[in-house]
Design a binder for this molecule. Sequence first.
Ligand SMILES: Nc1nc2c(ncn2[C@@H]2O[C@H](COP(=O)(O)O[C@H]3[C@@H](O)[C@H](n4cnc5c(=O)[nH]c(N)nc54)O[C@@H]3COP(=O)(O)O)[C@@H](O)[C@H]2O)c(=O)[nH]1
Length: 894
Amino acid sequence: MINMPISQQQLDLWLADLNLIADISSCKATLLTWSAVDELSCLLYSDAVVENEIQAILTQLSGRKVINANSTTASPAFTADRYIKDHAAQNTTILDKRVSLSEPISQSPPLEVSQHCTFLSPSQLSTLVGKAELITDTQLHPAWCTCTPVGSVIFISLSWPSETNFGFLCFYHNDPQGIDGKTFQLAKLVGESIQRQLADILRQYNVAESLNRGTPNHIDVIDLQSFIDSFDEHIWMKNTDGIYTLCNRSVEQAWAKSRSEIIGRTDVELFGADAADIYLEGDRFAIESGTPIIVAECLEGAEPKQHLWLETLKLPTFNATGDFAGVIGMTRNISKHKAVEDQLTLATNVFKHSFEGVVVTDRHGNITDVNGAYFEITGYTREELLGQNSRILSSGRHDKTFFDTLWNTLLINGKWNGEIWNRRKNGAIFPQNISISTIYDEVGDIRYFVAVFADISAQKQNEAQLTHLAYFDPLTQLPNRMKFMMQLKQEVRRAKQLNLQLATVMIDVDLFKHINDSFGHSIGDEMLVELAKRLRSQVEQQDVLSRIGGDEFVVLITDINSGEEATLATNQLRQVFDQPFIVSTGDHLRLTASMGVSLYPNDGQDADTLLRNADAAMYCAKNDGRNNYAFYTESLTQLSLEHLKLQSALYGAIEQNALYLMYQPKLDLVTRKTVGFEALLRWHDPLLGLISPAVFIPIAEKVGLIHDIGLWVLETACRQGMRWLRDGKYFGRIAVNVAGQQLQRSSFVDDVKRVLAETGLPAKHLELEVTESVMMQNPEVAIRDLKRLGDLGIELSVDDFGTGYSSLNYLKKLPIHKLKIDQSFVRDIPFDTNNTAIAKAVIALGHALKLDIVAEGVETQEQADFLLQNHCDQAQGYLFSRPQLPQDLDKFLS
Ligand SMILES: Nc1nc2c(ncn2[C@@H]2O[C@H](COP(=O)(O)O[C@H]3[C@@H](O)[C@H](n4cnc5c(=O)[nH]c(N)nc54)O[C@@H]3COP(=O)(O)O)[C@@H](O)[C@H]2O)c(=O)[nH]1
């Protein structure tokens, strides 16, 4: 601030100038000044000026409330606003030149020193009055159109030499075009004159100040050299001709010249013309401004960090009579300061441009600074945040303990890192990864906290998606096995605590593979999605439904009180299969499922056991003919363990030659002659021993090995038949058992043809035994395929007849030749009246359909006699022969 008294005499002169121009140009004039509190007021005005005109101009130029509009006297001490203007640095070895205008000390109050502004040459100084504008018609000017009653106006800005604003010189007329270019020229002349007088006022003030200090005594003068030599700073003085008259030891060292080489010389002589120009320009500015200035210069080193930054204070000095006596210079090394400043700039830029949000709070958590990223992320403006407590962002997601731990860690360790959910201005909560550091003061007290955070919403979303993928089935969106197990474990814990019961229901869709094979996987997927939907609709909200495998679902029923309730719930689940599934092809497809139920706590105390036991029960249901459900019993555990062992052993059985065939003769009951042999598969595992096909065939079907095994049996049996044929042994037909899955395979007929072709066995020596239930599973397909096989010359028999449900309608359509009465009906005949009746009925039925009847499992003569008496055609059983290896069958071969 410049706080300078202006004499009444000076004000009178300026007023005279104003009146003169006003008279000559028939206009009105006013001189406006800025006050210490940044308010524009009227200092002087010419005759005929009216108050509301000044008011309008003041309002226009200051754009704010004005004071003292009609004052005609100078304020004894007024100040001017700061005016800062930047000029680009000149491209010389002196990289940066700045002039800081330190103003002289006034009487009262003291002036503020070090107002920084850009260095200006004397010629540039005159441009301070160049901020002049002539507006010939205020009504046509967008900024001035409201400034009635002023019609035309000239305004010229005035400054102190330090570029500190002084005020405005205004000439105006009430009419548009009332002011012309000539008045503008005159006005600028008056402006320049006032500008020069302002510089004189400042200079005179300085001289008066110096005189006030008194004359230096003799001792001061003689000790001057010693005095200045004691400074590390370079101190020198040049006279009015620019000749060095004084320098200290630091100058001699820095310039590598002795005092005698410096004193009496000019800058041109010492440093050459180019450098001298720059130095003298600074001197001139100090001289013309009459105030101290600071020039910063950089002496370039090889690398930026070797640059030497110097700052020279240039003070114009005056003798006792107030005449200019020369310039004193004091230079100090500001490289360290500059480095700190650079670091500060760098830190500021990092703060400003960081992608991470940065917030600085005081030790009470009140926000003192935020960077751009911070308010972009939070949605608040800087103004809204400053002074607020950082709690403003609190989402309410974290409890008191969380924040207690955070603050304790901060206080003890000085830093904390973690994830916090905060709330944006728009209310949305978002996760952030945040690092908070404590900043201490010199005595170790907490001064600030600085928090740097990244918005990790996107990362969280990705994580959530990955978690969803890890825990949910993408097709049905149901929890997967992993998620189900977690929930089951949790529910078991809860059930333990609250003494509750649970039911785990394993659901396996029967023969779902055929849907995929026959209709394609996308139809299969459609059905699974629909099935998931139907199952969901049957379970209670608190129950858990999960898809744990391709066609396997599991339901956890949490609220049951007894096994009966579990039965009810399971039956309800079964209802979802009642309706056909209408797929996108328009087909109405039906599904059935086998279900197994295990109960907590009876069937297992933990999640793994419960699931395993539900699985075992489900297999039991499956083995019982599918489309069924079973509850777990303890014996199932042992069974499923054995199944598992067998299952893995079965995979290597073919390669290890552990499979072989035995043959059981079939005899004509009348002639007792051999009519054929049934090939019966045997598996002797080196570790598990002899395993019955009744046990391992269903396992082979379950694990998908039945096709390979079935083909192996067919090939082996056909080769045996060929061997007998080659040996000239008559054997009738070799009967091979066909599993349900084999027959359902679309390539089955072609496989049989290929085996016959490869082995060379004529079809007339082959018989295929298909169980009644397999034929009835898909009678249309069975009729089609069996017919093709029959057409080849192969005989077909219905195995285990009587054990399943045969539709007579289909039976008569099937291209079959024989019915085999199941051994369960042969047992105990003729003594068991039921079996006797059934056996008779089957024989009658078969004969009615023109089929041969074979009784299996004939063990006694009574059975054989009964069958013969009742016209059964053929028989096989232990009575005649057990299944034998081929080499032991010679007596049955003719
Ligand atoms: N898909 C295939 N199934 C096959 C194959 N080989 C056998 N099997 C089926 O396994 C079941 C058990 O067979 P197995 O243990 O061989 O038992 C058969 C005979 O050994 C037995 N049998 C014969 N006579 C008597 C007797 O007088 N008493 C008595 N208790 N058992 C006797 O009966 C079974 C004959 O079965 P069947 O096929 O119904 O004629 C069985 O279901 C076989 O079908 C194969 O390669 N593939």
